[in-house]
Design a binder for this molecule. Structure first.
Ligand SMILES: [Zn+2]
Ligand SMILES: [Zn+2]
Length: 219
């Protein structure tokens, strides 16, 4: 049985999450919040071992403290390879807003498209969902779906940043919409939702999928 806890912080109020089990093990999704908040929760929740940090994409508000936290906890950091350049630049730009020094993770592991990680014997599926950034991913574990800045409660990620593409985002969201069953949506900003609820209530999600289907039928 997996649990999660959401932590919000940093200058853009981004979410990080700790996913953990009853045996005192966990992993971290995104690293844009102040490290002390993560360490406090690790103590409070009696988590002995964090196994890794996985990043939904390379924007600074999601990665700024990946280096510091991974060094302290002695873990690898996973990032999709298509966001490496964005990661390196945006993290440095983040210094201004965070008013802190960016530390590059020593053990950054680059993922290819649609990779799998393991948390104990639980599969952590990395679904490549470009559009908000070239290397954006959604992370599926149990009935949790971490959507980064690809899908939010009631809206979708912006595509006007460098490397963004609304055409790719439409394709990616369709991939998410077609997942069988329901999932708790855990986004990079704002409140949680569920996939079924977003498929009914999220205007942008519905419109983009419609547009994708229409364009697809044309050719
Ligand atoms: Zn972003
Ligand atoms: Zn963000």
């Amino acid at each position: 049985m997996l649990n999660y806890i959401k932590i919000t912080g940093g200058p853009l109020y981004s979410n990080s999450y700790i996913v953990y089990n009853a045996r005192g093990r966990g992993f971290i999704v995104d690293a844009g919040v102040e490290p002390f908040k993560i360490y406090e929760l690790i103590n409070e929740l009696n988590i002995d071992t964090i196994e890794f940090i996985v990043l939904t994409h390379g924007h600074f508000d999601h990665v700024f403290y990946a280096g510091k936290i991974s060094e302290k906890l002695g873990v690898d950091v996973y990032l999709h390879r298509d966001d490496l350049e964005i990661f390196e630049y945006s993290a440095i730009y983040g210094e201004y807003l965070y008013r802190d020094v960016f530390v590059k993770p020593r053990n950054l592991v680059l993922l290819g498209s649609d990779s799998e990680l393991y948390f104990g014997d639980v599969k952590v599926k990395i679904i490549h969902t470009p559009g908000h950034s070239p290397g954006s991913v959604c992370i599926l574990v149990g009935n949790f779906l971490f959507t980064g800045d690809t899908l939010f409660k009631g809206t979708v990620g912006r595509t006007d940043l460098p490397g963004g593409s609304s055409r790719q985002l439409a394709f990616s969201l369709r991939k998410i919409a077609l997942l069988p069953g329901d999932y708790i949506i855990l986004p990079g900003h704002g409140e949680e939702s569920s996939l079924k609820r977003e498929l009914v209530e999220n205007y942008y999600l519905k419109k983009l999928i419609e547009a994708h289907n229409t364009n697809h039928n044309k050719y």
